[in-house]
Design a protein around this ligand. Structure first.
Ligand SMILES: C[S@@+](CC[C@H](N)C(=O)[O-])C[C@H]1O[C@@H](n2cnc3c(N)ncnc32)[C@H](O)[C@@H]1O
Length: 287
């Protein structure tokens, strides 16, 4: 074992690795460390074959199917709203996946779709993917941190499952932690949520007020704000029930605050069983 570790250390120190190769290697080594600590080698080793095409295709298709299901659910919601009367739709914080763009593709939206995210990498991924489906809409981007003042306003804003990420971004910033670490290391995600619940009442008030102000500033007059917040795969896998409940409370508080600030609620009809999330997971407000 010692010899293997020495050899490994030698190879790593002599080889020039690209940034992405370094990142993958670090993640693999970290996985091995965690597996040893949790005694997972007692039951099995890591089995992963890069050339297992059927397995890779199955994984890829399963992700694509989920994006498409979410896109179809949004398409159903958007079909009940006058989205075609608006020239611009803003996709708020899409992460890496073009769910809103798929929805707008399904409903044949012909205006401009702006992708707003703090990370250029997210904007690039969503733009690249969207181009593959050759949509009728034009794609533009706005790299912006929502917790700073935006000079731009938007007439039709959609945010799919973003409130939890904005809560984390805000409280990580307050604690001088990096958001990147959060998505790569699950224990940091769990720890951050635990920190947030410790001062639940005050944090709920603080973040709800911040986000309310952000939405008031970002939505133009007569504009729409559509937000969804459902129990995600990650929340189910990591048993983040408290995080989900806290996020839902923040959503309700934002909704109430906005209703007190001149927004009106647009009811969404029950969408049936074939949808990825249902009407109780969506807030649609008009300014
Ligand atoms: C995990 S994604 C959100 C989920 C995504 N909408 C979906 O449907 O899968 C989180 C995204 O929000 C972005 N983000 C987080 N905080 C932000 C902020 N303060 N301003 C702008 N973008 C932010 C991140 O860069 C990331 O791309």
């Amino acid at each position: 074992m010692k010899k293997i570790l020495n050899n490994l250390s030698k190879v790593i120190s002599t080889k020039t690795l690209s940034e992405i190769a370094k990142k993958r290697l670090k993640r693999d080594l970290e996985t091995i460390r965690e597996r040893i600590q949790k005694n997972e080698y007692e039951s099995s080793g890591i089995v992963f074959n890069t050339f297992d095409v059927p397995d890779k295709t199955q994984q890829f298709l399963s992700h694509l199917k989920t994006y498409s299901e979410i896109g179809n659910t949004w398409a159903l919601i958007l079909n009940s709203l006058p989205v075609h009367e608006y020239k611009n739709v803003l996709d708020l914080c899409p992460g890496f996946t073009p769910k809103i763009e798929l929805a707008l593709f399904y409903i044949k939206f012909k205006g401009e779709v702006t992708i707003l995210d703090n990370e250029q990498e997210s904007i690039n991924r969503v733009t690249d993917f969207s181009k593959l489906i050759r949509p009728e809409f034009k794609i533009t981007s706005y790299r912006h941190n929502l917790f700073t003042t935006s000079k731009k306003k938007f007439p039709f804003i959609i945010g799919n499952h973003i409130i939890d990420d904005l809560i984390l971004f805000y409280f990580m910033g307050k604690n001088h932690l990096r958001l990147k670490d959060l998505y790569e290391k699950e224990h940091i995600l769990i720890k951050t949520w635990e920190r947030i619940y410790k001062n639940k009442k005050q944090n709920l008030q603080e973040i709800s007020d911040k986000l309310t102000q952000i939405f008031i500033n970002l939505v133009s007059n007569d504009g729409y704000l559509c937000l969804s917040q459902y129990r995600s795969y990650l929340e189910k896998m990591l048993n983040l029930d408290q995080a989900f409940l806290f996020t839902k409370k923040v959503c309700s508080k934002i909704e109430n605050n906005l209703l007190k600030n001149g927004f009106t609620k647009i009811p969404i009809n029950d969408m049936g069983h074939n949808c990825y999330f249902n009407s109780t997971d969506v807030i649609v407000l008009k300014k």
